[in-house]
Ligand binder design. Structure first.
Ligand code: NAP
Ligand code: ZN
Length: 364
């Protein structure tokens, strides 16, 4: 049994200011990778540039990362900044800018002429130093090695082969205040999925379960707030962020399994946001799992049974039953993903994948 999370995590108000000297130690020139609006709305970009200026770090801002970032965007940033002598990369925003930032840090280190080399076998997991500053509360990318990028050649999303753990995660839950409520909900359902998929995982250990169970407990504290997001308090925001970091730590060890595997097809083809797409499959995944373990999960987050859990997810994510054609495509794509299938703790075949994918609609 082992457990390893190499990222140094700070979780506090004014995190960027408090740790500016450690940030400055990564080098003289940095590339900030972010989205168009979020990091300006929540003040994190202003906080970051102020800290960099105070420490005389030259910075460039690449703010063209879209949701579910593409290889083309990663390549665009690489081509624009490859000759700027960048010494470290900061991913600022939700999972999309953080994941794009990891992939860009790999490209800048290796100076790849072909962006598809991000998926090559025998990756050496080297990159420029990468720092993460999350502004959503779901992906946990600030503590995982994964970077999920949209790959049009295979018409879905896929983690790059390189495992890039941030050197440092600077987590300030106040950046969540400006999150649109539906983004906040989708994001929190993603965190829940990370916790559940890790706890119900073939790779789970006593160490990862300690984190997953504590994350589920914290998630249970905020579950009712997601039904009334206008009433969120400062403490709720802190718990939302905490549950997300726990979820990231848990999947850093266990990886994600079937709900994530199914979800990529929905996001690629129907543009359904990541957390909302993953959440659609949680009910089916739990329905076929060991019911003793499922009971523990439900007890931890405060549901009496799976039906209550399903009704809750329907309310917060506003699900409608998906068409058979998209579910069949998701099954076809997932059945090729040997790694995700191997993380499922119970044996699966195509028939069971179909039952899981269809469970939400079948059990109305
Ligand atoms: P996201 O795609 O990063 O952001 C969603 C939206 O929220 C964007 O419009 C963004 O605006 C906005 N936003 C972000 N923070 C904001 C804030 N504080 N205030 C206002 N608006 C804000 O969403 P996400 O759910 O965090 O990330 C999803 C991606 O992460 C997917 O690609 C998924 O596959 C990946 N993921 C990665 C891991 C991992 O371990 N690496 C795990 C799970 C999921 P801007 O575009 O302007 O920034
Ligand atoms: Zn996820």
């Amino acid at each position: 049994m082992f457990f390893k999370i190499p990222t140094l995590v700070y979780f506090e108000d004014d995190c960027l200011k408090n740790h500016q000297e450690e940030l400055a130690a990564f080098g003289k020139t940095c590339l900030i990778v972010t989205g168009k609006r979020g990091s300006r709305m929540n003040g994190s970009l202003a906080d970051l540039t102020e800290v960099l200026e105070n420490n005389k770090i030259v910075y460039h801002i690449f703010d063209e990362v879209e949701e579910n970032p593409s290889l083309q965007t990663v390549n665009k940033a690489y081509l624009r900044y490859r000759d700027k002598d960048i010494s470290f990369v900061i991913g600022l925003g939700g999972g999309s800018p953080m994941d794009a930032g990891k992939a860009i840090a790999v490209m800048l280190y290796h100076r790849f002429d072909d962006v598809y080399r991000l998926y090559q076998k025998n990756a050496d997991h080297k990159s420029l130093p990468f720092i993460a500053v999350p502004t959503t509360c779901g992906t946990g990318s600030e503590v995982t090695g994964a970077a999920v990028i949209t790959n049009d050649r295979i018409k879905t999303k896929q983690s790059i082969s390189y495992r890039i753990y941030p050197e440092m995660a600077l987590v300030d839950c106040r950046y969540l205040y400006s999150l649109p409520k539906q983004v906040l909900t989708n994001s929190s359902v993603d965190a829940l999925a990370h916790l559940i998929e890790s706890y119900i995982s073939a790779k789970a250990t006593a160490f990862s379960n300690m984190i997953a169970l504590e994350g589920l407990r914290v998630w249970g504290l905020i579950k009712d707030c997601l039904l009334m997001p206008e009433k969120l308090t400062r403490k709720d925001y802190e718990n939302l962020m905490l549950a997300s970091v726990y979820g990231g730590m848990a999947i850093a060890h266990c990886g994600t399994a079937l709900p994530h595997g199914f979800s990529y097809t929905l996001t690629y083809n129907l543009n359904i946001p990541h957390g909302r797409a993953v959440g659609y499959f949680l009910y089916g995944y739990l329905k076929y799992a060991d019911q003793k373990e499922v009971k523990k999960v439900l007890d931890m987050i405060g549901f009496e049974d799976l039906k209550q859990f399903k009704d809750y997810l329907t309310a917060v994510c506003r699900y409608e039953v998906l068409e058979n054609s998209i579910l069949d495509l998701a099954i076809d794509q997932l059945k090729e993903d040997k790694r995700k299938l191997s993380y499922c703790p119970y044996p699966t075949d195509e028939n069971l994948l179909r039952k899981i994918a269809y469970a939400y609609g079948d059990d109305r």
